[in-house]
Design a binder for this molecule. Structure first.
Ligand SMILES: [Fe+2]
Length: 166
């Protein structure tokens, strides 16, 4: 192999670039894991007339967030950064405190979800801009995340009662 080959066959990125790409992916990873845990909690605690559709929809969302988190984490490893999606790391980074282990009304569940998904979407959008200067591969992964989150955001906000949005 030529002497210019990167060490250990990693993609040819500078150390600073690699670390920054890893940071953007890591921050997205913990937010997606957090969403997946919150989603499962709400799957269990939702009550009200919309219990059944929300209970089922929440499992679809959780599956989506888990799959996206896997894609994000694996992009990090592919560029040479080891991700951390463990409970303690997610808990440390979490912006919101824990939900009460108690019943939560269906309309409150939708409001909580749309707020959280919108927050993660916005941060993902900012990271996409940042990654545009660093790595098209990681940027592409976050574009996939953004597309999924914004579609979910649309479907969730469409369930809100007009004039009573979150
Ligand atoms: Fe279940």
């Amino acid at each position: 192999m030529p002497a210019t080959a990167p060490p250990a066959h990693l993609p040819s990125l500078g150390g600073h670039e690699r670390a920054e790409i890893g940071r953007q992916l890591q921050e997205t990873l913990v937010e997606l894991v957090d969403l997946s845990l919150v989603g499962k909690q709400l799957h269990w605690t939702v009550v009200g007339p919309l219990f059944r559709p929300l209970h089922l929809y929440l499992d679809e969302l959780v599956d989506s967030w888990r799959e996206l988190s896997d894609t994000v984490a694996e992009r990090a490893v592919a560029v040479g950064v080891f991700p951390d999606g463990q409970a303690s790391t997610v808990s440390e980074a979490a912006e919101h405190g824990p939900l009460a282990a108690a019943p939560i009304a269906d309309h409150d569940v939708v409001a909580e979800l749309v707020r959280r998904v919108a927050e993660v979407s916005e941060r993902t959008r900012t990271r996409i801009d940042r990654l545009g200067e660093l790595d098209a591969g990681a940027q592409d992964v976050l574009i996939e995340v953004l597309r999924a989150l914004e579609e979910q955001q649309w479907m969730l906000r469409s369930q809100l009662t007009p004039g009573k949005g979150a």
